[in-house]
Design a protein. Structure first.
Lengths: 450, 334
């Protein structure tokens, strides 16, 4: 494989791996903050135990998110030096702001939260977890503004042989960044909610600590339902934007080859990129695609054949990724809705089949978010910055294949082992009895000082 | 020009503060197998840095991000040239971070040994390789108009290795003083006692580094042009001497602060010598990356200056406050 292919694979592996941990951090931090808020408001120890139990899982996951994030900060320079030189003037800005304005907040206050039980007052301790939760979302904002700029470059001029920032306002109001931010962050909230619901389902099936896990479940279900509906709404907006600005990506999403107006949406199909058509198509909704993409039945949708083969993204992964993401998104709305309704009616423990689906369904939101990234990033190919710079032009000039093979193998082995340990620990601590394993056990929060 | 100089200074400050802060917890990690003779001591050592190491490491992320935003060409050249060194640093930091998190999550002796080893290796490798990397930076990288002429082996020059040793020994001394300050009778006393030979070794290596830098690199030029800047290395040496004075007086906090100053001034010594270069070329001075040819546009630098002026003081304030919350000897674990 070439240095280019290896570097792309490495970026894909390290970014995808990082994004195993990020969405749970986003979702769980807010849930834990909400639990601790209820504790501080009501004084009910149940919520304190909840914050501690879920907080423990949060911390295991958080550590991996942090260490895998460091890699990404430096990989642009290591493997993508030409890219970094060309766009650093603008792309470096959100990364630097993320570190300064968000990541610091997150990392400093997570230390206070984890080790500060009994060191600070209840309210300050609560503030710490809220700062962690807000900083996580803020962190996502800056990173996704950077990503949004790669999808839809704005606010720059080509000058001095590179892209230079010319309009910070345009950069900060980039709709691609905002929509990606909303879509990604909300999907993290859904993942966090389904994680809590799945783990709670395990305990509810065993009738262990029922009040504890019933309450956890119900909080997560409300949070998850709201987020899942919003993810879909924002996703729809995202689709409209892609249709307008990245027609090749839209065509790949639907494996749509021939340009036409009143484009149908085909429910079952299989792409055949070699022959520039679909191997089969089954069940089409007339004008469905035009409606989805442009919210107008008569709108024309460009087919892949409009683009030179070298200008098209790989069709199969983008097409499959999109179907998987959207399908799972609908499933999550149904699951969280059922959870919310069953929780309200006190029917959770009497629905073992539903609980089992949630338990064994814990991997599903992970699959959905990875599929989503696949769609966005592979769908942007062959561009690294859409319409401005090709991925193949972004590589470091000094790299030898041996170096990248060494790093790719190294990352894969280390990350693989860490993933195994992480899953083992999360499973172990998820199954634990919250009475027995708690964060900061034996240290009661200090009473608020008068 | 104002922004270029501001960002050169900020660049130096970010790296110096990173080494000052992460320096002691990397040092603590290197000391861990030697001082952590039993389970209680190992727990105490880890607990001493538990609440703060994560926040310390963010200075590295910020230094990296700031390099990217303010000097994109320097960011690109530095990390692609130092590819394998940077890779090993990342592996080290990854393993170290998870070791600290995972260590307490199991009871089996094998489990504990594994993550204990990860904490040690993950501290030693980055400490040493950061030194090697900065040694190369101070001496210049083998780049010219055609690009790069380096490999991992060309990085391992004697001067760079000495800088690596300097970083390790300064961090070990720094870590000993941190432990002397943060741990109870047994461990704290041992750490303070060990700080004496560690200090002596640091002092010898530091003098060697300064002499070699003066004679064997181009760092001396700026000092010869403007001798006033000699104040920086002199302050470094003075702080180094103060460490020993405070160790003798049995004042670990003061000795630790002197050690902070030593690290900061040592890093500044290199940066003053570099100016206005960011990455000097050791093949062809014309190919050096400087604040003039590697910087972002004035507009970007202005935006970043506003960000830095607002957020850096806020960060320092809340980070200092968290240090204050955890002042004294740690009690519980989590």
């Amino acid at each position: 494989m070439s240095v280019l292919a290896l570097s792309r694979l490495q970026f894909g592996v390290t970014a995808a791996f990082h994004f195993i941990f990020v969405p749970l951090t986003l979702g769980l931090s807010l849930l834990v903050a909400w639990m601790e808020t209820r504790y501080v408001r009501t004084g009910d120890e149940l919520y304190l135990r909840m914050a501690r139990f879920w907080g423990r899982l949060f911390l295991i996951n958080f550590a991996l998110g942090v260490v895998t994030g460091i890699t990404l900060e430096f990989q642009f320079g290591m493997n993508w030096a030409a890219y970094s030189r060309y766009v650093g003037d603008i792309f470096g800005v959100p990364l630097a702001i993320e570190a300064t304005a968000a990541f610091f907040l997150e990392s400093v206050f997570i230390g206070l939260w984890a080790f500060g039980w009994g060191k600070v007052s209840k309210k300050v301790h609560l503030l710490a977890i809220w700062l962690v939760a807000i900083a996580s979302t803020l962190s996502a904002f800056w990173i996704l503004m950077a990503n949004g700029w790669m999808q839809r470059p704005v606010g720059f001029v080509l000058r001095n042989g590179r892209a230079e920032l010319s309009d910070l306002g345009a950069f900060l109001t980039n709709s691609a960044g905002w929509v990606t931010f909303a879509h990604t962050t909300l999907s993290g909230y859904v993942l966090g909610a389904l994680f809590v619901m799945g783990v709670s389902a395990h305990h509810l099936l065993r009738r262990s600590q029922v009040p504890f896990f019933r309450t956890s479940f119900r909080m997560a279900a409300v949070f998850g339902l709201v987020s899942a509906v919003l993810v879909a709404a924002v996703g729809d907006q995202n689709g409209v934007m892609v249709a307008e600005r990245q027609p090749a990506k839209l065509a790949a999403l639907e494996s749509f080859w021939e340009s036409r107006s009143n484009a149908p949406f085909t429910i079952f199909l299989w792409p055949d990129p070699k022959n520039e058509k679909n191997a089969f198509e089954f069940l089409s909704i007339p004008s469905g695609l035009s409606l989805m993409a442009f919210h107008r039945a008569g709108a024309e949708v460009k087919g892949l054949r409009e683009f030179q083969p070298g200008e098209r993204p790989p069709v199969l992964p983008v097409f499959l990724g999109f179907r998987i993401m959207v399908g799972l998104g609908i499933v999550f709305i149904i699951l969280t809705f059922l959870g919310w309704r069953k929780g309200r009616r006190g029917r959770l423990e009497s629905s073992p089949a539903y609980l089992k689906i949630l338990l064994y369904g814990i991997p599903l939101p992970y699959i959905a978010v990875q599929a989503g990234w696949l769609v966005t990033e592979v769908g942007r190919q062959p561009w690294i910055v859409y319409g401005v710079m090709k991925t193949s032009e972004g590589l470091s000039g000094s790299l030898q294949p041996g170096q990248v093979i060494a790093s790719l193998v190294g990352f894969t082995i280390i990350y693989g082992l860490l993933a195994a340990v992480d899953i083992y620990l999360l499973a172990r601590y998820s199954r634990a009895n919250p009475e027995e394993i708690q964060l900061g056990a034996g240290q009661e929060p200090r009473k608020a000082e008068a | 020009m104002f922004y270029l100089i501001t960002w050169f200074i900020l660049w130096g400050v970010l790296w110096a503060v990173y080494f000052m802060l992460d320096g002691f917890d990397l040092g603590v990690g290197i000391l861990y197998p030697f001082l952590g003779k039993d389970e209680a001591k190992r727990t105490a050592i880890r607990a001493s840095i538990g609440p703060v190491w994560d926040g310390n490491e963010v200075w590295l992320i910020t230094a990296g991000g700031a390099t990217f935003a303010a000097f994109p060409s320097a960011y690109a050249t530095l990390f692609s040239e130092l590819y394998l060194a940077m890779l090993l640093i990342l592996f080290g930091l990854i393993i170290r971070g998870v070791s600290l998190e995972f260590r307490g999550k199991g009871e089996a002796p094998g489990w504990r040994r594994l993550w204990d080893a990860g904490f040690f290796v993950g501290s030693l490798v980055p400490a040493f390789l950061f030194g090697v990397a900065f040694g190369n930076l101070f001496r210049g990288l083998p780049i010219d108009a055609q690009g790069s002429h380096g490999s991992l082996l060309t990085l391992l020059t004697p001067y760079a290795l000495l800088t690596g040793v300097l970083f390790v020994t300064l961090f070990v001394t720094h870590g000993l003083l941190w432990l002397a300050m943060k741990s109870g009778a047994g461990l704290g006393e041992t750490a303070l006692r060990r700080a004496r030979p560690a200090w002596l070794f640091s002092a010898v290596v530091a003098v060697g580094f300064l002499v070699w830098s003066a004679l064997g690199t181009r760092l001396a030029g700026n000092y010869l042009d403007r001798p006033i800047w000699l104040a920086v290395p002199l302050l470094g040496v003075a702080s180094l001497i103060l460490i020993r004075v405070f160790v003798s007086k049995n004042r670990p906090l003061a000795a630790f602060l002197a050690s902070c100053a030593t690290i900061v001034f040592m890093v500044f010594t290199g940066f003053v010598g570099l100016f206005p270069n960011l990455i000097p070329s050791r093949l062809d001075p014309e190919s050096s990356l400087t604040i003039f040819n590697a910087a972002s546009s004035p507009y970007t630098l202005k935006v970043m200056t506003v960000v830095a002026v607002i957020f850096v003081p806020i960060v320092i304030a809340y980070q200092a406050w968290v240090y204050r919350v955890f002042r004294g000897k740690p009690s519980g674990t989590y």
